[in-house]
Each structure stands twice: as structure tokens, then as C-alpha cells.
Design a protein around this ligand. Structure first.
Ligand code: 5GP
Length: 194
């Protein structure tokens, strides 16, 4: 997605060979016009899949998910992050380890918000080691809903997340695929930008 790739090049900050900071449009501030285009792109990719609900993770997954849900005219649920969970009877929950932040969070969603009739699209801001994506998939499976696939805004293709998800048979659609962050610059898998 060219407009996203251009924004990553102009505003992204390479922190080190493994981490890209995109606070100005995705993780701390939000560019509404870009988010609208991201939503339309995901909607185009999944329009024939009868998506009834998007599931994402607070907080950075919410903006792209909301714009996609508007475009697909479907519902949106965001899982919440907790340090530890008590009283979990009414929740589907999973553990998610972040290698980037070196923390493990419990993620949870209220049981009444996902039903077995749902066709779910999972959306997240980044795909790195795939742990957040697997945790979200776990919640969907606990609800016996149908998982249609994953929509990822920025995939770091040099990390194993995509492979892990594809090995499990999941469909993964990423709007920008980063080949590497070497020498302080972002290189995309597909270098062409119109
Ligand atoms: P994973 O579970 O795939 O390893 O990591 C996914 C989550 O970690 C994303 O939801 C995102 O919050 C965070 N993350 C992973 N890598 C990066 C990165 O390079 N930059 C930013 N801003 N967040 C990242």
C-alpha cells in the first residue's frame, strides 16, 4: 500500500535493527486520512468473506480496525490487556509475550462479545513474532467462532510471525512488509512505490 509505505519512510524512526517507531501516525498519534485508506484496503481484501466482526488488541489496533469495520459495515471488539487476571469466568483469555517489550500480558475479551456464528477478521498494528496474533486467535477459537484471517498494518517480514501463522493455515494480509531495518533505514519486501 503505497501511501502507507511513503508515510513509513517519511515519518518512521528506526530504533534499532529490530524495532520501528511509528508514533506519529499509528502508535501515539493517528492520521485519520491514512487510517481511512487503511480501512478501505482491508475491506477490499476481505469483502467477499462475510466478516461479521473484527477482533483487535487495545490500543493501537483500534484505529485501523474501526475504519475497516466502517468500510465492511461490521462490528468491532478489542481485547484488553491486563497484568494478571482474576475472576475470569466471564472472559476468554490468553497469555501474550512481547519480545519487543519483554513483558507478558494477559489479553481478554468478554464471552458475550464473540459468538460461534461470527466470521472474524483479526487486525493488528504490527506483526513481529506472531505472539499477539496467536493470542487473539486463541480467544476466537475459545469462542468457537470462524477465523477468516489476519489483517496487519506493518509486517516485519524478517521476524517469524508470518511463517508461524501460515504454518497454522491462516491467511495473512499485510499492507506494508518490511524486509529489514538495517543501517537505520527501512527496506520493503516490494521496493516499488508509485
Ligand atoms: P508480536 O506479538 O508479533 O511479536 O508483536 C506484535 C506487537 O508488538 C504489536 O501489536 C506491537 O504492539 C508490538 N511491536 C512489535 N514490533 C514492533 C515494532 O517494531 N514497532 C512497534 N511500534 N511496535 C512493535
Amino acid at each position: 500500500m503505497d501511501v502507507l509505505k511513503k508515510t513509513i519512510l517519511s515519518e518512521g524512526k528506526v530504533i534499532n535493527e529490530g524495532v520501528l517507531k511509528v508514533d506519529s501516525f499509528l502508535n501515539h498519534a493517528i492520521k485519520p486520512s491514512l487510517m481511512k485508506e487503511i480501512g478501505e484496503e482491508f475491506a477490499m481484501l476481505f469483502k467477499s468473506n462475510n466478516i461479521t466482526k473484527i477482533v483487535t488488541l487495545e490500543s493501537s489496533g483500534i484505529a485501523p480496525s474501526l475504519m475497516t469495520a466502517l468500510s465492511l459495515d461490521c462490528d468491532l471488539v478489542f481485547a484488553r490487556k491486563r497484568k494478571s487476571l482474576t475472576m475470569t469466568d466471564h472472559l476468554y483469555s490468553a497469555s501474550v509475550h512481547s519480545y519487543t517489550k519483554q513483558v507478558t500480558n494477559e489479553i481478554a475479551v468478554s464471552k458475550e462479545l464473540i459468538s460461534p456464528e461470527d466470521n472474524i477478521l483479526i487486525i493488528d498494528d504490527f506483526l513481529a513474532n506472531g505472539q499477539a496474533a496467536l493470542g487473539l486467535a486463541d480467544l476466537v477459537h475459545q469462542a468457537n467462532a470462524t477465523l477468516i484471517g489476519f489483517g496487519i498494518v506493518i509486517e516485519k517480514s524478517f521476524q517469524p510471525g508470518r511463517q508461524i501463522l501460515e504454518d497454522k493455515g491462516y491467511r495473512v494480509e499485510s499492507l506494508a512488509r518490511i524486509a529489514n531495518l538495517s543501517n537505520g533505514t527501512v527496506s520493503f519486501e516490494d521496493a516499488t512505490i508509485k
